[in-house]
Design a protein. Sequence first.
Length: 333
Amino acid sequence: MESLPSERNLCQLLQVSRPTLRAAIGILSHEGLVQVRLRRKTLIVPSGISRHISDTGVVVLLTANPLREQAADMLSFVGALHQTLARSNLRLVIVENPHLGKSKPRKFLETVIRQHKANCYVLMRVSEAVQVYFSHLRLPTFIRGSRFPKVHLPSSEWDYLAIGRHAAGVLAAKGHRRVVIILPGEVRPGDLRCEEGFRLGMARVGDGACTTLVSPGRATRLYRKILKMFREKDPPTAVFVLGAQDCVTVLFALENLGLRVPGEVSVMSCETAAVFQALPFRVASYSVHNQLIEKSAKLVMKLALNRFVPPHESLIMPEFDSGETLGRCPSTG
């Protein structure tokens, strides 16, 4: 079986504290997803649906991707949620399965609901079909992440519209007028809101030119697209990337072209990520802070205890780190 990196390395990679990491590993161990061994590496256990737990005082978290592959803010949320629920004698059950990312998850969800008659459900990184299913079913459900259209469930997420507006304003203030925004291959509602906000922000400049590029999904294909774009006449002077992995690909492509960042091209990322730690400079990005994590955990606890919270979107603006990849447009000095 595969093993997790050391506690110290995981804290650095995920940008979380040791108490948060230990809480998350405790959840994984409780669900049989990892095997914790004294003074030895923690082993990863192949997982499917979590084992059955008492029907009383249970909150079930559903996600299509393994926790070990989740972004730092999502892992921190799970740790905070576990601690918050424990204070009210509520247990957290985690169900991670690829079916939760598919367009026809009904049979799988029916099995999960029969097995875990939960106080409430938490949806995290699931497909639109899963969100719609729970919205129609009217079970107490909370979405940690972007809410798809026509889904009427309480949710919490970063304010991507505000992020897009802010990013455009930052670049415009530096004199950038020819900019490109790069969306991930799997576009989610938050990505579209961010693009909308970015375009609205650039429109206020008046003479700005904004191009949207959807990542092909593979790093090599995006790499070739960036090379082609910046070899054309009047290439962009700034790039705003929504996915952290795509941002790294863009930086390597620009380096291959011999373009200086930020001397000739500025680069901003919509999110921060552990992969940035491997770079010799700080990437301009929007950083995770605890306000969204703590608020989300409290809303889930309230839903679990009361069986109802209003179906509002709780949106929070993250902190901005200007980093070392953001500079003035070369033509403006």
